[in-house]
Ligand binder design. Structure first.
Ligand code: ATP
Ligand code: MG
Length: 266
């Protein structure tokens, strides 16, 4: 599977004291894929995202990111901003929106942050930041149109419905112009119609923006509808990899996770 690799995770082990969050994890993702990571609570899914984005530093193994703009990057030990600059963006399991700012301001901060101004600079708007102002306005507007939130541009983020908040998080992550977006439970807390909207939006992120999508999600309907391939984590280890159909039919996965979970989200 070496054709057009985007991310290669090789034998990664991550420990916190006595807790092993990732145990000899290997994973490959191709450019243009929608790839999912599923598994029970505490399986290590978010730890994997944190390792790919430079938040956590695994003690063993290697992670290589193949940007189209730069030579292959060995991720472990690199700063989060450096990895982000090369095109890796993410959303968080727990919302990190600025709830007192408007929808527009939230996305604009994402766009300006990428310009090296930083969130503090974007908020203070010193002379240094004005230069990038119009460009980041345009970027923000384009993301809001894309996620269907342009009519809410002036709304304070805390006033949004849950589904709209989750779409805003995706808009903000897209504002940095990523090649790869990591979505950590993007549909958590949303209702069925919002889940359907998010499913369509995530597919459009890949199809229309050409951004590769690595997705963590507990909702099996959403995951199976979107992902072309899945990895299953359990207690920090990869227990299966395959297409949605292969994963559904894998008895080890059914026993460890899907047996109870499929019913819950059916
Ligand atoms: N910063 C940390 N310090 C200590 N332990 C951690 C840390 N981050 C993660 N862990 C541990 O690593 C394990 C995996 O956690 P992780 O958050 O990656 O799971 P997850 O698969 O994302 O679970 P969930 O579905 O509940 O979000 C857990 O035992 C967790 O307590
Ligand atoms: Mg998690």
């Amino acid at each position: 599977m070496s054709d057009d690799l985007l991310i290669s995770v090789e034998n990664v082990t991550l420990r916190f004291g006595g807790v092993v969050s990732l145990r000899d994890v290997s994973l490959e993702m191709r450019r243009g894929e929608i790839l999912a990571v599923i598994g029970p609570n505490g399986a290590g899914k978010t730890s994997l995202f944190n390792s790919i984005t430079g938040v956590y530093q695994p003690q063993e193994g290697s992670i290589t990111y193949f940007s189209s703009k730069a030579p292959p990057l060995k991720v472990i030990g690199k700063k989060t901003y450096r990895i982000a600059q090369l095109g890796v963006s993410r959303t968080f399991q727990a919302s990190r929106l600025f709830s007192a700012l408007t929808v527009f301001e939230n996305v604009k901060i994402g766009a300006e942050d990428h310009g090296g101004i930083g969130i503090a600079g974007a908020l203070v708007k010193g002379p240094r930041t004005r230069r990038g102002e119009h460009a980041s306005d345009r970027v923000a507007i384009s993301q809001l149109e894309f996620v269907g939130l342009m009519n809410e541009a002036g709304t304070v983020a805390s006033q949004l419905s849950y589904g709209a908040r989750r779409r805003l998080e995706i808009a903000r992550a897209l504002a940095t112009g990523p090649e790869l977006i990591l979505l950590d439970e993007p549909a958590a807390g949303t209702n069925p119609s919002e889940k359907l909207e998010l499913t369509n939006l995530i597919r459009r992120v890949r199809d229309e923006r050409g951004v590769s999508v690595l997705l963590i999600e507990h909702d099996m309907k959403l995951v199976m509808a979107l992902a072309e391939r899945l990895y299953v984590l359990n207690f920090g280890s990869v227990i299966a990899e395959g297409t949605p159909q292969e994963i559904r039919e894998n008895q080890v996965v059914v026993d460890a996770y899907l047996g109870t979970h499929d019913q819950a989200s059916a």
